[in-house]
Design a protein around this ligand. Structure first.
Ligand SMILES: [Zn+2]
Length: 275
């Protein structure tokens, strides 16, 4: 059994996913099945009566050394891309994605919607870490309900530059100094998770910790993760940060080290906009 009519708010949020998924593909930030988007839709399903025994149930598949779902995610409803599915195919979200509800012991999930109508449809292998991040945000009182992981070209390129990859303050400064908007709209800066295996517990915990006090977490030599109230906001953090990285690399490509917005002007921005 599947839900036929989604709550309008859930439909609205999934429409935004379709839009942003298109951007990620067009920007070359999500080749093949790279990149993921997850949304917590729980609040929109609060009044919806579900006879859960009617919906396909699957145990959680744990990859690598990963841990299970956090216990307080029991009963939460998420939209997530399927494992092996392409971001660009999220233009049909009921095929490349699904809506699932974590079961009451947080050891498995019920498929509520989408997933190609396959009762064994599995969420992306990054899903547990996405749930960890979203629950961590909620525990801290944040209104962020979305996680995006993608492969922004210039942010990745910059994570290969030792002076930036070894020091997140340098990484952040390099991006901030390139135009005032980066300072203003990525105010908490960029954190770096040193290279580790995708899907590992190290990368999951490292990302969760970095996103507690940064707007974007870079996975060294791999990609970026950001959260937001919705998918548009999560994308914006990554997009604006990437603009800084791109401008910096453009200057280096043109053969000069950029002068950058001065420290005094950056400070003035911080004070004026209360960043
Ligand atoms: Zn990736």
């Amino acid at each position: 059994m599947y839900i036929e009519t989604l709550p309008v708010e859930a439909e609205r949020e999934i429409k935004k996913v379709v839009e942003v998924a298109g951007y990620l593909w067009q920007r070359e930030w999500a080749e093949r099945n790279g990149g993921n988007i997850s949304l917590d839709l729980t609040e929109y399903f609060e009044g919806v009566e579900l006879e859960l025994s009617q919906f396909a149930h699957n145990p959680l598949t744990i990859v690598g050394d990963g841990a299970g779902f956090p216990k307080d995610s029991a009963g939460h409803v998420f939209f997530v891309k399927g494992t092996g599915e392409r971001i660009r195919e999220l233009r049909e979200p009921h095929l490349a994605g699904c809506i699932l509800k974590i079961d009451e012991t947080a050891e498995g999930y019920h498929l509520l919607w989408g997933g190609r109508g396959d009762p064994h449809f599995k969420p992306t292998s990054e899903f547990i870490s996405h749930v960890e991040i979203m629950m961590d945000k909620q525990r801290s009182g944040s209104n962020h309900r979305c996680v995006v992981h993608s492969h922004p070209l210039e942010l990745i390129a910059l994570s290969h530059l030792p002076k930036c990859s070894s020091n997140e303050n340098n990484f952040t400064e390099v991006c901030w100094q390139m135009l005032p908007e980066v300072r203003a709209f990525v105010p908490q800066g960029i954190g770096i998770v040193p290279y580790c295996m995708p899907g590992s517990q190290d990368i999951a915990v490292g990302t969760m910790e970095k996103l507690r006090n940064h707007d974007v977490a870079i996975w060294e030599k791999h990609g970026a993760v950001a959260t937001g109230v919705d998918v548009a906001e999560a994308f914006d953090f990554m997009d604006v940060a990437n603009k800084g990285a791109k401008l910096y690399l453009m200057c280096l490509s043109a053969g000069f080290e950029p002068q950058g917005v001065s420290e005094a002007d950056m400070l003035l921005l911080k004070e004026t906009f209360n960043l």
